[in-house]
Design a protein around this ligand. Sequence first.
Ligand code: PHB
Length: 394
Amino acid sequence: MFKQKRLRAASLCAATILAAGLAMPAYAEDTVKIGLVTPLTGPFTSTGEEMLAGIKLYMAQHGDTVAGKKLQLIVKDDGGVPDVSKRLAQELVINDHVSIIQGGGLTPLALAVAPIATQAKVPEIVETAATSSITEASPYITRTSEALPQTVAPFGEWLLKDGVKKVVTIVSDYGPGYDAEKWLKEPYEKAGGQVLASLRVPLANPDFAPFLQRAADAKPDAIFIFVPAGVGSIFMKQFIERGLDKQGIKLVGTGDVVDDDILNSMGDVALGVVTAQHYSAAHDSALNRQFVADFEKANNGRRPNFVAVAGYDGMALIYKALEKTGGDANGTKLIDAMKGMAWESPRGPISIDPATRDIIQNDYIRRVEKVNGQLYNVEIDTIPNVKDPAKAGK
Ligand code: PHB
């Protein structure tokens, strides 16, 4: 009872401080502070590192002054723990008076920050998390990564055309996994494909072996996999160890499993894996060639992946919105300025859907191939300007 009262008092207190924080005229100052809350320790460290490196690259290329305002980036490590993301976001708003929060390295982290964005009227830019519903968690959320249904829905039909008629899906057991499972199955089965089994694997410390065995026993043409960035190597190792490649079972999935950051270290076993996603380091454009070259130079040869490009584009969105508001960092003005923004990203043309605040982008079908001795996701087909189908008609 006492504990409950204390808890209620504590949350009331936090709400009061937050409300007081709102009164701070952050936009009247000459510096615009931007908070980044992302995993820089723990199992999803690579996500935070790629995101931060993408953000820093954009700032290095474009300078740290926009519309007469100096930008200050404040970086916080949430270790991949939602309660920590929330506390850090709260501190950034109350103590540091940030005008924008970016991050969202995983769905639960992005969702934990959403109430802070709403209460403080501070835009939250999501740069990895991909569950469709995230943008509906706050009117101040926008996204430069992807909505998984947008990536997955067109892939089923493509697989059928490629002769893949029966699949088993294996997904990480949380939000984006459920979206991947559902949005692969429904359009794929409507078009005549068959999902023989839908398997879910724990997100933390995954052991794929028993799931791979069950998948193989169902004798599919392919296994479709979704795991978040950073987990692909473990999956790939176990796929090969069980000899599924030798049983003629193809591996397909979302691009997260063969993300550019880890692809080369997987070795030739990854050759031929076909995935759908919005970014490949091999994307053939002048802007992307420059992006990859500058990123590798600034990061000891490390290759940018789709998280790096989302961080880079998150920063691009901030610059463009500040230019549009003439440097006014009022949160409501900024999120309004972001709606409908369109520009060229290293991934290709992108825009922010003014109705949903979610990203509209090309979905690429890619196959792992060797190019100049290195493994790349080579784009073999493009589905242009895809909106999140889960939000259609809402
Ligand atoms: C997510 O948690 O929504 C998420 C994280 C990493 C990914 C994709 C989705 O690569």
